[in-house]
Each structure stands twice: as structure tokens, then as C-alpha cells.
Design a protein around this ligand. Structure first.
Ligand code: NAP
Length: 240
């Protein structure tokens, strides 16, 4: 498949580009400095562009089969909270996603997979207390933008999936995927989340759904393990 990854140079974006390319897809990596990261990488086409600029997004979306959005602000969240972001608008997730949705509608691209965050939308009330404190004190403006981003995705009329990971790490391990908002451990590796994103691109039927992605099966309520939950490892398709 031809797959566009928007926000391709962040930790999550890089992981999903590598996962998709490793599975043989034709990947277009889009970010403001995509060429600096992916230039010369075989199997990956790097496109430099700004996700908030409709013409840039149009150019990248045209001719794709599916789009993954992993937009975010790469700067330290404390700096962003205290001083604002140096180079990225605070509403980049919602504005960039709105531009992607508009371009997909115009060019007839239907499949959209968007990385949001656990604690947004349907999982807003499921956060443990410690995470609520972090969200309130440190992340609130960025989480509010994830809320607007999710609204834009739900209203898009596209074949969308929202992925809501808990805290991301650069480690390894399995992901637990839940359609009912259950989370086991509150940490999950970017590589395991990338495998979930890639599974969704390949169309596992989770359309018009939000999926919580957490880090370990341990601690998940027994009834939640059946049906809506499944595990996915890096480099391995999710299994029911
Ligand atoms: N960190 C966590 O624990 C955690 C947990 C759950 C969910 N999330 C969410 O997961 C998402 C990805 O997080 P991450 O930490 O893996 O990645 P990240 O480091 O925040 O990367 C963000 C990506 O967005 C790109 N980007 C930003 N502004 C852009 C623009 N105007 N045009 C094009 N590209 C732009 C960046 O590239 P350039 O700046 O080079 O353009 C980069 O590729 C975020 O939305 C985050 O809120 C994070």
C-alpha cells in the first residue's frame, strides 16, 4: 500500500515509518525536516512540508491509499507549558489533522489512522490520579488540542481509527489494544504502538473506533481481555 505518515520524524512517526517500510509498504514520510531524517533511506520517500499548510499537505496526500497522523510538539513539555513552543503552534495536532482530512476528502483517500493520547475523549475519566495531575499541571493545553483533533477525526466522514497510547517509551514489549478504554500498564513502547498503527493501516476492521493502547497484559480485567482487547508486538500483526 501507499501510506503517508504525517509527523514522520518524531519518535512515534519514525517507528511507524520503519514498521510500514519493513512490511513492504511504499511509505511517504512527511514533516518539516523529513529529508534530513529519511533522505537516502530506501523504500521511504521523504517530503518536507508543513502540516498546517494546505498546499503542502495536498501534495503529500494525493495518490495515497492511507494516512497515519503522528503530529506533536517535539520540545520538552515543561518548556512548552511555561514559555510556549519555540517552533510549533500549540494547535498543530488539530490544525494539521484538519488539513489532512480536507486533503483526503478532496483526493478520495479514505483510510485515516491518528495517534492521540490515552486520557482524551472516551478515556478522559479513566486516567489514574498521578496522570491526572500531570495532565492538569503540565499537559493541559496540548491535551485540549488532542480533544479538538479527535473531534475533527470523528466528524471527518472518513474511515478513521483513533489510537490512544499511554506514556510512550523507547523500549520494547507488547502492546495491549482495547476498544473499551481499558489500560494495563501506563507505559508502552513506541515500537509496539507503531505495530498497532501499521495493523490498522492494513485494515483490521477497527473503523470509526478509538483504541486504547497500553503496555502489558498484566492487571487487565479478565472480561476486558476477551473480544475488544488483543496484543500486538513490534513486527507482528495484532492477534485476537
Ligand atoms: N510522549 C508520550 O508519552 C505520549 C503519550 C501518548 C500520546 N502522545 C502523543 O503522540 C504524538 C507523537 O508523540 P511523539 O513524542 O512520538 O512525537 P513528537 O516528538 O512529538 O513528534 C512530533 C512530530 O510532528 C512533526 N511536526 C510538528 N509540527 C509539524 C508541522 N507543522 N508540520 C509537519 N510536521 C510537524 C514533528 O516534525 P518537525 O517538527 O520536524 O516538523 C515530528 O515529526 C503526540 O501527539 C503526543 O501528544 C505522546
Amino acid at each position: 500500500m501507499k501510506v503517508l505518515v504525517v509527523g514522520a520524524t518524531g519518535g512515534s512517526g519514525r517507528a511507524v515509518v520503519e514498521t510500514l517500510a519493513g512490511r513492504g509498504h511504499e511509505v511517504t514520510a512527511f514533516a518539516r525536516r523529513a529529508g534530513a531524517v529519511f533522505g537516502g533511506r530506501s523504500g521511504v520517500r521523504a517530503v518536507d512540508g508543513d502540516a498546517t499548510v494546505r498546499e503542502d499537505v495536498d501534495r503529500a496526500v494525493r495518490g495515497q491509499d492511507a494516512v497515519v497522523v503522528a503530529l506533536g510538539i517535539s520540545e520538552h513539555p515543561l518548556r512548552v507549558r511555561l514559555l510556549g513552543s519555540a517552533g510549533t503552534p500549540l494547535d498543530v495536532r488539530s490544525r494539521g489533522t484538519a488539513a489532512v482530512v480536507a486533503a483526503m476528502r478532496e483526493h478520495g483517500v479514505r483510510r485515516l489512522v491518528v495517534q492521540s493520547s490515552y486520557g482524551v475523549g472516551a478515556t478522559r475519566d479513566r486516567l489514574p490520579l498521578s496522570s491526572r495531575v500531570v495532565f492538569a499541571l503540565l499537559l493541559r493545553p496540548q491535551i485540549d488540542d488532542h480533544e479538538r483533533q479527535e473531534d475533527a477525526v470523528r466528524a471527518s466522514g472518513l474511515d478513521w481509527s483513533l489510537v490512544q497510547p499511554v506514556t510512550l517509551t523507547d523500549g520494547t514489549g507488547e502492546a495491549v489494544v482495547s476498544a473499551t478504554g481499558d489500560a494495563a500498564g501506563m507505559r508502552v513502547s513506541r515500537r509496539a504502538v507503531a505495530a498497532v498503527l501499521a495493523d490498522l493501516v492494513e485494515d483490521r476492521g477497527d473503523h470509526q473506533r478509538s483504541l486504547a493502547v497500553s503496555g502489558t497484559r498484566r492487571g487487565l480485567a479478565p472480561d476486558a481481555r476477551q473480544g475488544p482487547s488483543r496484543t500486538a508486538s513490534p513486527g507482528q500483526a495484532g492477534s485476537s
